[in-house]
Design a protein around this ligand. Structure first.
Ligand code: R5P
Length: 310
């Protein structure tokens, strides 16, 4: 088994190699002057079971292209099997047509990855579980909830905790965390009655005096999270912390979080944290290296990975 990595998340690749006690596969990933990507695999992969770790995070298109080209290089070098390991699958939010004459970009990206040579996909907290069906190859969608729940147990007094979904779409994910923590569940229900009117945040559940834990798959601009936090505090929550798998954190999101009333934002390293994230006083990163590493190991050994979903 060999693990290679593009440039998106070298530190996670390093942690996974430590967990697996292997060396990262040698590859040269570089740019021509016009920014075309060039990749050279620097070791023999003939007949090998190859894994490529690459999150299609910012810059999403460059990282996607690196993944596609690396798969092609491995395929042409006679790798026996190629698993694309995508701790963060970008484009996942474009999983349906939002209006007439619009694309389903998540499906386009799934097609590209398959066509470039992936035999399997290993990913984490897909924005919508049914995106697995966009791939016609085996796709394992790991859940970060066990990692997040362990962190909550280590850092919070559970008797006062209330798990909160920041929108109606995230209730299944929030329920999974609440079940693990044996805690109650609340929901922030965003409504805009008419176009142009401002959004009204209704909180379903009594959060007064509770330490609220918001859980979501993605934080991008931070708008969803900060608005939900405001709504919970306005309803009397004692504190609001957020657990979010993928820290996309575009634009001014980090400063929005640092100047918000959030006690803490906990994200995973599915996307490589920027230096702004690392130095933010109320953002903490927990690693999914063991989870992803274990899934890679079990895939290589043809063992079940389903216990990792529990
Ligand atoms: C939406 O369905 C997702 O689960 C996230 O809530 C959303 O992507 C967060 O985006 P932002 O941080 O820009 O509000």
């Amino acid at each position: 088994m060999k693990l290679f990595a593009g440039n998106s998340n070298r530190s996670l690749a390093g942690h996974i190699c430590n967990y697996l006690d292997i060396q990262l596969g040698k590859a040269n990933v570089r740019r021509f002057a016009d920014q075309e990507i060039f990749i050279e695999i620097l070791e023999n992969v003939r007949g090998e079971d190859c894994f490529i770790l690459q999150s299609t995070s910012y810059p999403a298109n460059d990282h996607l292209m690196e993944l596609l080209i690396m798969m092609d290089a491995l395929r042409r070098a006679s790798a026996r099997r190629i698993t694309a390991v995508l701790p963060y699958f970008g484009y996942a939010r474009q999983d349906r047509k939002p209006g007439p004459r619009t694309p389903i970009s998540a499906k386009v990206v799934a097609n590209l990855i398959t066509t470039a040579g992936a035999d399997r996909i290993l990913t984490l907290d897909l924005h919508a579980a049914q995106i697995q069906g966009f791939f016609d190859i085996p796709t394992d969608n790991l859940f970060a909830v066990p990692v997040l729940a362990r962190d909550v147990k280590e850092n919070y007094a559970l008797e006062n905790v209330m798990v909160v979904s920041p929108d109606v779409g995230g209730v299944v994910r929030a329920r999974a965390l609440a079940k693990r923590l044996d805690s109650m569940l609340a929901i922030v229900d965003k409504r805009r009655d008419r176009p142009g009117e401002s959004e009204v945040m209704n909180v379903i559940g009594d959060v007064k005096g509770k330490d609220c834990l918001l859980i979501d798959d993605i934080i991008d601009s931070g708008g969803t999270l900060c608005n939900a936090a405001e709504a919970l505090l306005a309803k009397g929550a004692t504190s609001v912390t957020a657990y979010i798998t993928h820290g996309v954190l575009s634009g001014g999101a980090v400063s929005r979080i640092t100047s918000s009333k959030l006690k803490e934002l906990v994200i995973t390293d599915s996307i490589e944290p920027t230096s702004a994230v690392k130095t933010a006083h109320n953002i903490r990163v927990v690693s999914v290296a063991e989870l992803v590493g274990e899934a890679i190991q079990r895939t290589a050994l043809e063992k079940s990975v389903s216990s990792l979903f529990d």
